[in-house]
Design a binder for this molecule. Structure first.
Ligand code: SF4
Ligand SMILES: [Zn+2]
Length: 317
């Protein structure tokens, strides 16, 4: 393959050139929502309403991101986000916590208009925890203003992805580990909880290197005050990842790598660790896949480490 571009402008172009089409979305409806249970900081299963809000596409162009597929091209109209939340909540059972994920940054005013904060705050005032996601560069006054409006505990999820600075740069994340530390300190200083998303097997690393860096990334996230980390196995599907895969610069992570990283995180006992199991089934191609996914689901639910899966085809357990 030609060299992967070195500048942000060239990378943005390289990444977007490989994209397919977006889905057509109604700005007055979330593009997905569901009820789930998630073990909380007190180790109690907390009923959780998870919403995926429809809004303007994120301003960044991260290499592995496929979230743009469910976004709008235009600035989110004022009133659309509250309308989406109202719709979802009318169709979901009562819950303790709510995730308002938006395929980008909640505190990007082009995605979630500041004018809507007060209405949003009114809609979520029955929840004890409100969880949103945001790029570290966009954590600032708007985040603090929203926090002041809600009675609930605010939790902000940041996609740190990896603490390998060279890889972070190539991922086109547009922030450094130092920027993440600053954002984390700002959140913690304001009494806002921190959740961190980390990648298992980003491109430009071997499988073994990726496990090592995922563990280091967990350490850094907890050092910076994270109360929960979610491990996300990198997946194909956005065009760019397939191009890297063809060039031998990336491959789908093995489930064993996800298990190893998860076990490490749980053993530290510094906070909760979850594995994102979306779209994993049958993807690594071994007969033990289903058993490993089940084991990861048990780890998610209990935060304990069950017996290892023994598989002759995988050579080791
Ligand atoms: S900041 Fe998040 S939503 Fe935006 S492009 Fe990067 S990974 Fe995707
Ligand atoms: Zn196997």
């Amino acid at each position: 393959m030609q060299d992967y571009p070195a500048t942000v402008a060239e990378r943005n172009r390289w990444i977007t050139l490989r994209r397919g089409s977006k889905r057509s979305l109604n700005p007055l409806r979330p593009y997905a929502f569901f009820a789930e249970d998630e073990i909380d900081g007190a180790r109690i299963q907390a009923a959780t309403n998870t919403l995926f809000l429809t809004n303007r596409e994120c301003r960044y162009r991260c290499l592995m991101c496929d979230l743009w597929q469910d976004t709008l091209d235009e600035t989110t109209p004022i009133g659309a986000i509250p309308a989406q939340i109202e719709f979802a909540l009318a169709n979901l059972p009562p819950a303790k916590q709510i995730k308002l994920y938006n395929a980008g940054s909640f505190f990007d005013p082009l995605s979630v208009p500041v004018e809507d904060y007060r209405r949003i705050a009114g809609l979520v005032d029955n929840f004890s925890r409100v969880i949103v996601e945001c790029h570290p560069n966009l954590i600032g006054d708007q985040c603090l203003a929203f926090n002041d409006l809600i009675p609930a505990q605010l939790e902000v999820a940041i996609g740190l992805e990896t603490v390998n600075d060279a890889v972070l740069d190539k991922l086109n994340k547009r922030f450094t580990v130092q920027d993440f530390r600053r954002a984390a300190a700002q959140l913690c200083g304001a009494g806002i909880d921190l959740r961190v998303f980390l990648l298992v097997r980003p491109p430009f690393l071997t499988e073994a290197e990726a496990v090592e860096w995922a563990m280091r990334s967990l350490d850094e996230a907890f050092d910076c005050g994270a109360t929960v980390c979610t491990l996300i196995p990198v997946r194909a599907g956005n065009g760019a990842m397939e191009a890297l895969q063809r060039a031998g610069l990336w491959d789908r992570p093995q489930l064993k790598s996800l298990e190893t990283t998860m076990e490490y995180g749980l053993r530290q006992q510094r906070g909760r660790v979850f594995a994102d199991l979306w779209d994993l089934d049958g993807k690594s191609g071994c007969v033990c896949d289903a058993e490993r996914i089940l084991r990861l689901a048990v780890m998610n639910r209990t935060q304990l480490i069950p017996e290892a899966v023994v598989c002759k085809l995988c050579a080791e357990s």
